[in-house]
Design a protein around this ligand. Sequence first.
Ligand SMILES: *Cc1c(COP(=O)(O)O)cnc(C)c1O
Length: 385
Amino acid sequence: MKRDLLQSYKEELAQLEARSNLRTLPEVVHRGRDVIRQGRRMLNLSSNDYLGLASELSLRKTFLESLTPERFLPSSSSSRLLTGNFEANGALEELLCRLYEAESCLVFNSGYHMNTGILPAVGNAKTLILADRLVHASLIDGIRLSPAKFIRYRHNNYEHLESLLHHNHADYERIIIVTESIFSMDGDEADLRRLVALKKSYPNVMLYVDEAHAVGVRGGKGLGYAEEQGCIADIDFLAGTFGKALASVGGYVLCRRVMRNFLVNKMRTLIFTTALPPVNLMWTHFVLERLEGFDNRRDVLKKMSLRLREGLIAKGYACPSGSHIVPVMTGGSREAVLKAEELQREGFYLLPVRPPTVPEGTSRIRISLTASVRAEEVEHLVSLL
Ligand SMILES: *Cc1c(COP(=O)(O)O)cnc(C)c1O
């Protein structure tokens, strides 16, 4: 009998389905801040368009006016190391350096490329990586690809981190602490100042901070949580993405010049991929130039976030979040799926977040607010929870 080579895959999918952990690609149609799915129009509270810039038509109109067929380049046709390093790359990196007052900067195709590329390049067998237990999957993948040794510290538990530093620092050439600034699933913040102080108490420790969910949203100029905490210059790898609040695509790291030169030579996810199309880099540039001016949107987002978190706490929910990302814990996956369906019927496009994205037993509805949400919508949502 011929063996069915697909049988084990089918079984695994069936098991996922039985545990309410099966994923499919949702088909959605976008209408400004709303989405339409299966004929139902809902307010989108599941995107990372935190400032509402991606759904803002007037910005795109202004940008399009600056384009001509000659300037509209939809492909770079090559890696940056060959012929893909267009002017738009340099211009964007220059702008980032100016905004952050940083020595050097490097732009990548995505945050995923960034996080899976930097750590394998900079970590060797004499390196120890100490990562927060809840860092994003892309960082975990980067750590797995790195020859460095790796220990996770308990989430935001700096006593644990300090003890790991104390016991290990003498055995390694260097230690790299890895954290997010705002955590993607719990919405809580790392204490960046404390991490900087910890790092500075040893001569061989570097700090890697992923600002994916904070850039655009936090800090007076929207540069992120490190700006808010006044420690941009103290972070060795200040990394972020353009795909969330900045309404574009790509990743970036601010670092020392020698580090940039090193990455250009060693980072496989930079070297062996076609560079971002110039038109995307130009759009990112266009948004970044205006970032400081979006402070009204940052204010609205902050107010709405506070309102939602206070509403949840008043209803007896535990609320770890200190940001615009607000989880509503259900525990089980099935409960999360049912709750999401109920909220969708009420007009809120919310999705269940389940293992392996979050640890087993911590399934949740992840509410991700944007600056275009209104107070009465937040009130209504709270009343449904
Ligand atoms: C989304 C995300 C990334 C990946 O960024 P992309 O640009 O979407 O590839 C990296 N890190 C964190 C913390 C993220 O949330």
